[in-house]
Design a protein around this ligand. Structure first.
Ligand code: ADP
Ligand code: GLC
Length: 486
């Protein structure tokens, strides 16, 4: 099966969040299952062609694309993904992609992604390669299903091609003002109030993807149900309900070659569930690095995320007066909305022995927190899948999560009243999205920290869990087969 996998970020080349983890791991697993996978992404300025030894694709040469009233010369570079048969193709147009950020608010943002979508299609054509499946991820590839059904339908290469659209986060919709419509080159019959690409008088690349792809999926079963509701659907619930029979959920896996405490080269000391005293060394070192005093009996809560309200920062802010009274320490890594960054810095100044906040994106430190913290907190308002809680299970770092999306699907609440019989709890789960409920769950979780027997059994339950991509990749193959039969 030929699979073109299109993503705006891919580990190890470019990452701001979980999509990159998925796009770096799922294609590798698919290729083990007899798929011929090619991945397509932009060549951002931060990706150094020389250092990575990317190959210039001579057979493609310069692709001339007329975009926004200008002819653009696009080039393509290629490399094989390490330890796999997966080919990665980079769309090179420095004027658009050599910028400080992957995603921008500049007036030509729409042109950047129109160019990317067309360039992917034309690269496929020039490779003389006919994909059975084009797998799009989030709005950045949202125009491809429509383009191949209409703008490029003359090309026999796409005659049998089916498209899958994966929703990683419905909150990001690729919305652009109506006056750029002509530049999309979408047939004008699709743009009218409530029409296939219209969203409250704007153009939505997400909606275009949802309407024109053959099948839609998202990254957990619970999120697949949640987005059908007004509360979680981000305004797309009606169109998703129209396509309910084409919508499904497949939980993300993780790449245990990268996220495994036994082999992780980024952490202070490697460990396994057989010798958790080595995990304690990671805690000591992490606290040193974070500038906090070490105390064996005080639990450390780690957080690694984009600092935005989706990730629960508003209820965390609400709960701070209560939380800072508990005997716990915090190591927080992230960046995002300035108001939360400022607030957390203020709290860290006020409680210098308990709170450390590191603003920024730091891959190595994120591994050290996974290994060194006792708990990992994800109090998300919504969470399509979430990866940190899955990593943390393997590190014996107990997740505290809200009962939503992929968090609900991957963490089992440790409930004292049933554990004697079941002994399967892997974390602590709370329901209500409020500061008080967050405080309560942390208080409940902290009670068990110094009960060594209980604590070890939760850690062992967690570390036993297997979320490798194998099972989920098989489900993707089934999804591809369903699309092909359609
Ligand atoms: P999302 O994709 O919504 O941000 P996920 O939990 O799926 O949430 O994935 C987030 C990914 O990004 C994880 O791999 C996490 O470790 C990483 N990450 C998030 N913020 C940071 C940061 N500040 N520094 C390093 N890694 C980060
Ligand atoms: C998104 C979601 C996150 C998910 C990730 C990868 O960024 O917010 O929950 O894990 O995509 O699918």
């Amino acid at each position: 099966m030929n699979v073109a996998f299109v993503a705006s970020e891919v580990v190890p080349f470019a990452k701001t969040g979980g999509l990159a983890d998925v796009a770096g791991a799922l294609p590798k697993e698919l290729s083990k299952l007899k798929c011929n996978v090619k991945v397509f992404m932009p060549l951002y300025g931060s990706i150094k062609k020389q250092n990575l030894k990317l190959n210039y694709v001579w057979s493609i040469g310069k692709i001339k694309l007329d975009i926004g009233g200008e002819v653009r010369n696009v080039e393509v570079w290629q490399i094989q993904l390490k330890d796999s048969d997966v080919q990665v193709y980079f769309i090179d147009y420095p004027k658009f992609f050599k910028r400080k950020d992957f995603y921008t608010n500049s007036p030509d943002e729409h042109l950047r992604w129109i160019l990317f979508n067309k360039a992917v299609i034309e690269t496929i054509q020039r490779l003389q390669w006919s994909p059975d499946i084009i797998h799009l991820n989030d709005w950045q590839g949202g125009l491809i299903p429509l383009y191949i059904k209409e703008n490029y339908n003359w090309d026999k290469f796409f005659q049998k091609t089916k498209t899958i659209f994966s929703i990683h986060n419905i909150g990001y919709q690729g919305l652009f003002p109506a006056n750029i419509f002509n530049e999309t080159e979408i047939n004008s019959k699709h743009f009218y109030p409530t029409g296939p690409v219209e969203y409250y008088e704007k153009i939505s690349l997400l909606k275009a993807g949802l309407v024109f792809s053959d099948l839609i999926n998202t990254v957990s079963e619970t999120y697949a149900k949640e987005i059908l509701t007004e509360e979680y659907g981000g305004g797309m619930h009606e169109i998703l309900n129209d396509r309910k029979s084409d919508l499904s959920g497949i939980v993300n896996g993780v790449d245990y070659e990268i996220w495994n405490p036994k082999t992780d080269p980024n952490i202070y000391k490697n460990y396994t569930s057989a010798k958790l005293s080595d995990k304690e060394i990671n805690k000591e070192e992490l606290l040193k690095e974070a500038g906090l005093p070490y105390n064996k009996t005080t639990p450390v809560i780690g957080m690694i995320s984009r600092i935005v309200s989706q990730k629960g920062y508003d209820i965390l802010a609400e709960a701070l007066p209560e939380l800072t009274k508990l005997d716990v320490q915090w190591v927080i890594l992230g960046s995002g909305e300035k108001k939360y960054e400022r607030l957390m810095k203020k709290v860290a100044r006020k409680f210098p022995d308990n709170v450390s906040i590191i603003i920024g994106y730091n891959d190595v430190l994120s591994h050290k927190i996974e290994a060194g913290a006792d708990y990992l907190l994800m109090p998300s308002l919504y969470e399509p899948c979430g990866l940190n809680q899955i990593f943390s299970l393997k590190y014996g770092t107990i997740p505290i999560v809200r009962n939503t999306g992929g968090l609900a699907d991957t963490v089992i609440d440790w409930d004292k009243s049933v554990e004697e019989k079941r002994n399967d709890g892997t974390g602590f789960v709370f329901d209500e999205y409020s500061g008080h409920a967050l405080f309560k769950v942390i208080e409940r979780a902290a009670v068990h920290f110094n009960n060594k027997k209980v604590w070890r059994s939760i850690q062992k339950n967690a570390m036993k869990k297997d979320y490798s991509w194998k099972a989920s990749a098989k489900k993707y193959i089934e999804l591809y087969e369903k699309a092909i039969e359609k």
